[in-house]
Design a binder for this molecule. Structure first.
Ligand SMILES: NC(=O)c1ccc[n+]([C@@H]2O[C@H](COP(=O)([O-])OP(=O)(O)OC[C@H]3O[C@@H](n4cnc5c(N)ncnc54)[C@H](OP(=O)(O)O)[C@@H]3O)[C@@H](O)[C@H]2O)c1
Length: 272
C-alpha cells in the first residue's frame, strides 16, 4: 500500500550545498525522508532539489546559519513546507587554521558562531517542534576527539558540540528525542580539497588510517540515515567516530612525529 506522503518523516539538513551535506540530503531522500536543504549558495541547493525531484521531496532555504533568527526561520520553513520535523542534521561548518597563539578574536568568534552557536540555536528551535521518535545528529569531527595541528578553534568547537549533544540526550531522551554526534575522519570535500594531495596531509591522515580506503561523504550519509531511522532507535547520546580506525591507532608516521615540520607545511588559509 502506498504510504501517505504526510506520514513521511521530515529532515532539516544544514550545509547541504556541497560535500557531506549534499550526500546526506541524497541519502535521506532515498531513505524516504522529505528534506529541507539549507546553505547559503541558493543555486547549488536548487540544483540538488531538481536532481532529486523524481525520487524525493526536497525544499530549499538559502540562508546563513549564523545570521539572526536563522534557526527559527529554518525550522519554521520545514514545518510550513512539510507539517512536521523529525530529524535535524547540524552539518554546516568551516575550517580555519591556527594555533591558540595565532588565533585572533575575529577568527575565534567566527569559528564559534558556525561551529557551536548555530548548531546550538538550531537544536533549540528544533526541540520546540519535534515529537517522540525524532532525532538530532550533529556532525563533529575526529578533531573534536583529539587535537589537530594548527586547528585550535576548530577542535574547540567540535569538542563543544559533543557537550551539546550529550546535554540534549540527557534533557530530551524522556521526550523520545534522540541526539548523537558523528565524528568523521578526513573526507575529500571542498573543505579538504586544498590540502588533500599534500604530503603532510596524506601522511598525517590517509597514511594513519588502518582501514584500507579513505572515508567518503556517502559513509557519513549512511550513518546519518541509520541514526535518523527506526533502526537506530536505541542509539542515544553517542559519539560515533567514523574514521576507518584513525582514532584507534597510536602509530605515527615519521612526519607526524616531527610535528613542527608538519605544522610548518600546513597552509595558513583553507581548512580541514
Ligand atoms: N571533510 C572532512 O574531512 C570533514 C571531517 C570531519 C568533519 N567534517 C565536518 O563536516 C561538515 C561538512 O563539511 P564538508 O567537508 O562537507 O565541507 P564543505 O564541502 O565545505 O561543506 C560545508 C557546508 O557548510 C555550508 N556552510 C558553511 N558556512 C555556512 C553558513 N554560515 N551558513 C550556512 N551554511 C554554511 C556550506 O554551504 P554554503 O557555502 O553554500 O553556505 C557547505 O554546504 C562540517 O561541519 C565539517 O566540519 C568534515
Amino acid at each position: 500500500m502506498e504510504r501517505d506522503p504526510a506520514d513521511k518523516p521530515v529532515a532539516l539538513v544544514t550545509g547541504a550545498s556541497s560535500g557531506l551535506g549534499d550526500s546526506i540530503v541524497r541519502r535521506l531522500a532515498a531513505g524516504g525522508f522529505r528534506v529541507l536543504a539549507v546553505a547559503r549558495r541558493r543555486e547549488r541547493l536548487e540544483r540538488l532539489a531538481r536532481e532529486l525531484a523524481r525520487s524525493g521531496e526536497v525544499e530549499t532555504l538559502a540562508l546563513d546559519v549564523t545570521s539572526d533568527g536563522a534557526a527559527e526561520r529554518a525550522v519554521r520553513a520545514a514545518t510550513q513546507a512539510f507539517g512536521r520535523l523529525d530529524c535535524l542534521v547540524n552539518n554546516a561548518g568551516a575550517g580555519m587554521w591556527g594555533r591558540v597563539g595565532d588565533t585572533d578574536d575575529a577568527t575565534l568568534d567566527a569559528m564559534i558562531e558556525i561551529g557551536l552557536k548555530a548548531p546550538f540555536r538550531f537544536c533549540r528551535a528544533a526541540v520546540q517542534v519535534m515529537g517522540a521518535g525524532s532525532s538530532i545528529i550533529n556532525i563533529g569531527s575526529t578533531f573534536g576527539l583529539v587535537g589537530g595541528l594548527k586547528s585550535a578553534a576548530y577542535c574547540a568547537t567540535k569538542a563543544g558540540l559533543i557537550g551539546l549533544t550529550q546535554s540534549l540526550a540527557v534533557d530530551y531522551g524522556a521526550r523520545g528525542i534522540r541526539a548523537n554526534l558523528i565524528a568523521p575522519g578526513v573526507i575529500r570535500t571542498e573543505m579538504t580539497e586544498a590540502s588533500w594531495d599534500t604530503d603532510w596531509f596524506r601522511r598525517t591522515n590517509q597514511e594513519m588510517t588502518p582501514f584500507h580506503r579513505n572515508g567518503t561523504a556517502r559513509d557519513v550519509a549512511n550513518v546519518v540515515c541509520f541514526l535518523a531511522s527506526e533502526e537506530g532507535s536505541y542509539v542515544h547520546g553517542q559519539v560515533i567516530a567514523l574514521d576507518g580506525g584513525w582514532t584507534s591507532t597510536k602509530y605515527l608516521s615519521r612526519e607526524a612525529l616531527t610535528c613542527e615540520r608538519v605544522a610548518q607545511a600546513a597552509p595558513e588559509g583553507g581548512g580541514r
